[in-house]
Design a protein around this ligand. Sequence first.
Ligand code: GSH
Length: 224
Amino acid sequence: MPLTLIIGNKNYSSWSFRPWIAMKVAGIPFEEILLSLEAPDFKARVALHSGTGKVPVLIDGAVKVWESLSILEYLADKFPDKALWPVDPAARAHARTVASEMHAGFGPLRRHCPMNMWRPVIKRELPDDVVQNVSRIDALWTDCRTRFGQRGPFLFGGFGAADAMYAPVVSRLHTYGIEVSAVARAYMAAVMALPAWEEWRAAGVVEPWVLPHDEVDWPVVRKA
Ligand SMILES: N[C@@H](CCC(=O)N[C@@H](CS)C(=O)NCC(=O)O)C(=O)O
């Protein structure tokens, strides 16, 4: 039985994007069920699989996994040959650490700059707490690239779970015209050049649903 991933809107659902892009890049086959976050039956349909009422949810037969980071851990266990985490124990520990830091943090950036794939690149003024988030992310990426990224353009060389956790951050920094270092900019370019990135983006920008909460220029909706 194939894996099924329940996701939200591709234009907006940053948490859904994480396991989706990890599975696509790793070549793990799955079926997706896309539910618009504001659909009247969203909560009822998600509640069949997760008490959180949130997406993403991965279904593997009788196994149901929610929380994006737990889904990535499940996939790493089930498909060890895909090397979603680095093999070297030190690099692996660091990859898990930065992935957890993303899962648990960066609230100011997430609130001020929601993922919005169809918004044209327009610079947004950033309050101090968002600037601090960006500075931390830039330093973290630069450290990973310098210490662990020799074998490829991603945080730990090849694309893995840590990159998947930061993929929506790449989108945010790009969309809101946020300035970062040359190393971070090169990393972002590598992530955005992935065919899986374009597949998600292309599907997102033609979605019909507009969510005011995620449109920071509301009531103006900017669609590229
Ligand atoms: N910590 C969760 C966050 C999941 C989450 O907040 N998902 C959002 C979509 S990006 C959601 O389902 N929102 C619908 C709602 O809260 O009603 C994870 O990592 O998966």
